[in-house]
Design a binder for this molecule. Structure first.
Ligand code: ATP
Ligand code: MG
Length: 386
């Protein structure tokens, strides 16, 4: 037996008791869904049968909960087989120009006749004898062949690739992400997923000012997020907000417009969240970035929401957000210029210190009329399955 697998490792730190087995079960389920492969889950280890020589395994880098992973070979617990696997991997590393190595044997399964010292010495000697141009460097080797003697077999690997960390999507409930076409909100959604949250997205559009391209851009952004969803997908909801925006424009002092637009968005989002059983809202706001994102205004916006509003990026600099956006693949889509709800209806000089009491007074005066346009917008929400 010489089986090629991907060994998946996860961090147990911070996971206790039942949480830990829920975590493992969810991770196995997500890996199965994403890879479409059979997954072996034994003694807290996850093996995914994969021919990593011919297949792209970078998909493991998008499954939250994975700390790191290794293309590996599992063999029977026979020295000859183990040596064969070690040589195969060492040749692979040499082909990439590596010159110094060490063997790092571990033996959790104590019935194997050879000890760690014997394994390191004999396997190291076999590599030196069979492959030219290599030297041992126990301190700073260019590659390390790990050999783990386990009950299920010997696991041999020479690379540990960093995973995305976090928790498997699905273990932390569900959120509704307010997804604009900008740079920030997709990144905020990605961070929510990183903590195990299933994400649905709500985007406000304003036809006829925003058109087909804006919708396609939102779909593309949702698709990027879907790639990290552990197979859970991302439902995208589109809500035409034009009537609400026009109503506010006609009835609200300009400097309050922005915050009141956001409060309308919050109310509609709350309603949708309840319908789809999302427990919290997520936005891409960051303190101080723009006028609507002062602490004063954020809290006025917040108070239009019954559900908690998570803001994963609240303390990020723009440059940090951009770097993540590039890393996850949303940046190039976000920077495509299309008219956005906010750019069209945004007043030039919004107040950075909107008073809640004043806003509530205005909303009270608008009363039923505001509720009607918001309810109408809600009733026109369209679901796009991404
Ligand atoms: P982003 O880059 O995410 O667009 P931003 O820096 O442009 O953010 P704002 O325009 O103030 O900031 O938007 C703040 C947040 O409000 C967004 O991150 C998003 O969560 C939400 N939001 C704004 N516009 C919309 C919209 N048209 N549809 C859905 N959510 C929106
Ligand atoms: Mg924006």
């Amino acid at each position: 037996m010489m089986k090629k697998v991907v060994v998946v490792r996860f961090a147990e730190i911070g996971l206790k008791g039942r949480n830990r087995s829920d975590f493992e079960r969810a991770l196995v389920e997500n890996i199965k869904k994403v890879t479409g492969k059979s997954v072996e889950w034994r003694w807290g280890r996850i093996y995914v049968e994969t021919d990593w020589e011919s297949e792209d395994i970078s998909v493991f880098g998008k499954v939250f909960g994975i700390q790191n992973y290794s293309p590996a070979i599992i063999t029977e617990l026979e020295y000859g087989k183990i040596e064969e696997a070690v040589l195969k991997l060492a040749r692979m590393e040499v082909a990439e120009g590596k010159k110094t190595f060490k063997i790092n044997a571990k033996r959790p399964y104590k019935d194997f006749p050879m000890g760690i010292y014997d394994l390191n010495r004999d396997l190291g000697a076999a590599v030196l004898k069979n492959i030219g141009g290599l030297v041992v460097d126990v301190h700073e080797p260019e590659f390390t062949v790990g050999v783990e003697i386990r009950e299920e077999g010997a696991v041999v690997f020479s690379r540990k690739i960093e995973g995305p960390g976090g928790l498997p999507v699905g273990v932390s409930g569900k959120a509704l992400l307010l997804l604009s076409g900008g740079i920030d909100s997709p990144v905020a959604g990605w961070y929510a997923m990183k903590r195990g949250i299933v994400v649905s997205a709500l985007s406000f559009v304003s036809p006829p000012y925003t058109g087909k391209e804006s919708k396609e851009k939102l779909i593309k952004l949702a698709e990027v997020l879907k790639g990290y969803s552990g197979g859970k997908g991302v439902d995208l909801y589109l809500c035409p907000l034009t009537k609400v925006l026009e109503f506010l424009q006609d009835n609200v002092p300009r400097k309050y417009m922005l915050v009141m637009q956001r409060r309308s968005m919050m109310r509609i989002a709350n309603k949708l969240a309840r319908n789809i059983k999302a427990q919290v809202l997520v936005t891409g706001e960051s303190v101080g970035q723009v006028a609507s994102q002062t602490l004063t205004n954020l809290s006025v916006i917040d108070q239009a929401s019954d559900l908690a509003v998570l803001r994963p990026l609240c303390c990020f600099d723009k440059i940090e957000i951009i770097n993540i956006a590039k890393k996850i693949g949303s940046y190039d889509i976000s920077i495509i210029e299309h008219p956005d709800v906010c750019t069209i209806f945004s007043p030039k000089n919004p107040s950075t210190r909107v008073k809640l009491s004043v806003v509530k007074e205005i909303e009270k005066e608008l009363g039923e009329r505001l509720r009607v346009v918001e309810d109408e917008a809600f009733s026109y929400i369209e679901k796009v399955v991404v």
